[in-house]
Design a protein. Structure first.
Length: 115
């Protein structure tokens, strides 16, 4: 008595080993398609996260740049004020030197200006 797989498995509602082997590539192909879709979605998510991180870092750098520029303007204004005071002091010193030389009766040295 020779029983083939179709009779043995078919009556129990179980696919034969041959049918299972034929079905396996289709199942794997479907699974691969699903995984590829998930991989594409994950890659897009990673790219979006990288873009968000880059934008956040760029914003921090812009804020730091604005603060540095403001500090630079402040220091430039202070330097300009100090230069003005220095020039006024040099003029006053030069005038006092000339007055002193005149009072002492000395011929003053020519004063050169630092401009």
């Amino acid at each position: 008595m020779d029983i083939d797989d179709e009779e043995l498995f078919g009556c129990l509602g179980i696919p034969t080993p041959l049918k299972m082997w034929k079905q396996q590539p289709a199942l794997l192909t479907e699974k691969i398609g699903i995984l590829r879709g998930q991989l594409r979605k994950s890659r897009r998510s990673v790219a979006d996260l990288i873009e968000m991180q880059t934008a956040a870092e760029r914003e921090v750098l812009r804020t730091e740049l604005k603060a540095a520029q403001a500090k630079g303007r402040e220091l430039s204004e202070k330097l300009s004020a100090y230069n003005s005071k220095l020039m006024m002091t040099e003029r006053a010193n030069s005038a006092m030197y000339l007055k002193l030389a005149e009072l002492k009766g000395i011929k003053p040295c020519p004063v050169t200006s630092r401009s």
